[in-house]
Design a protein around this ligand. Structure first.
Ligand code: ZN
Ligand code: ZN
Ligand code: ZN
Ligand code: ZN
Ligand code: ZN
Length: 351
């Protein structure tokens, strides 16, 4: 989607206009501009005749940059004609970072850069080249714009996390008795847990993980008979620091949905990954839609991974928006063990 494209703007032709030397005329001809009869000297341009300098100027092509009538040599780009090199240069795209205009430019999505900045280091959040930015401890780069908005502090993260808990409950009608603990982590700490779509290019790194660990403690009496059995579950959610707020909210809602699946649909434990990730993305998209985060919704909908992307599209296609009731009935009534290992491929991304 955002792969760089190098485009070259160049002169496609140089057109010469010759101003005819004024010449005496025996019989009158009409001026090609104003129609008056011309006697005596006139201006000749190609096969046309003009009575005055003004009439000639009106007929001359105008420079696309300075609007002056052009005489003599003109420069032509693919779409426009210019009076001079200087005017031609103003038609070249300006680099978003340095403002330089050159005939060779690099475009990434809707953004245009000079050749040098097209190759500059990229921000791991917006994926665009940058000159002003920060290197995070885990090796990620954030441009200054993304850094300003990024969720860096525990405080900011907890606030958004609490909002994600409320929002997932509003979407699903479910609330877990015990909320997983939130950990803000670097990319290096996101290991274990559920595997992501490794071959997907929609996201350069995973942004969160849900961890659940159940430990059974059995108390026996002196005769070896079990008197008490207790299962202790520890749950936590790790989310990357430095995410944009909309991505944080989507990630938190996604991971919290893993928790709801584990708590309320224990039968889903053995279901294929695309079911889990698809449903978590479905809820995350609903949360983002409720909060008018259209970019985040689009990111989820166009994810090209076979697990997250196709999984999401399966549930979206089957149940449509605002239909947790449908997903709930599906989870209760479907033999989840019978589901295919991979999401049906006709739910692949179409973009
Ligand atoms: Zn005239
Ligand atoms: Zn000009
Ligand atoms: Zn530049
Ligand atoms: Zn950025
Ligand atoms: Zn997940």
């Amino acid at each position: 989607m955002k792969s760089p494209q190098t485009s070259r703007l160049r002169l496609v032709g140089i057109v010469a206009l010759y101003l005819g030397a004024t010449a005496p005329l025996v019989c009158a001809v009409p001026c090609d501009s104003c129609g008056q009869a011309i006697r005596g000297d006139y201006f000749a341009l190609s096969d046309s005749a003009y009575c005055s300098e003004d009439c000639l100027s009106a007929a001359l092509p105008q420079c696309a940059a300075c609007n002056r009538p052009m005489r003599g040599t003109m420069l032509r780009s693919a779409t426009d004609t210019f009076c001079s090199r200087k005017c031609f240069n103003t038609s070249l795209p300006a680099c978003e970072l340095c403002g330089a205009r050159s005939t060779v430019s690099v475009s990434i999505g809707d953004h245009v850069y000079c050749r040098q900045h097209g190759r500059a280091e990229r921000c791991d959040s917006c994926r665009l080249p940058f000159v002003d930015g920060s290197h995070l401890n885990d090796g990620r780069n954030l441009c200054s714009t993304c850094k300003k908005a990024a969720v860096m502090s525990r405080d900011a993260a907890e606030k958004l996390f609490a909002r994600a808990i409320r929002e997932t409950t509003l979407v699903t009608g479910l609330a877990s008795d015990s909320t997983p603990r939130l950990h803000l982590v670097g990319v290096d700490a996101l290991t274990g847990g559920t595997a992501a779509d490794s071959n997907s290019n929609s996201d350069m790194y995973e942004s969160g993980r849900y961890y659940r660990h159940a430990r059974k403690t059995i108390h026996k009496n002196l005769f070896g008979v079990t008197v008490k059995e207790k299962e202790q579950v520890t749950k936590s959610i790790s989310i990357l620091y430095g995410l944009a707020p909309d991505r944080f909210l989507a990630t938190a809602s996604h991971e919290l949905t893993h928790d709801l699946l584990a708590e309320f649909y224990p039968r889903s434990t053995g279901a294929p990954a695309w079911l889990h990730e698809g449903i978590c993305q479905y809820v995350a998209a609903e949360v983002c839609r409720r909060n008018q985060l259209s970019n985040a919704v689009a990111r989820i909908a166009t994810h090209n991974g076979a697990v997250y992307g196709n999984g999401f599209r399966y549930f979206m296609h089957r149940f449509g928006v605002k239909n947790w009731a449908g997903v709930d009935a599906f989870l209760r009534n479907t033999d989840l063990a019978e589901l295919p290992e991979t999401a049906p491929s006709h739910y692949a991304a179409t973009n």
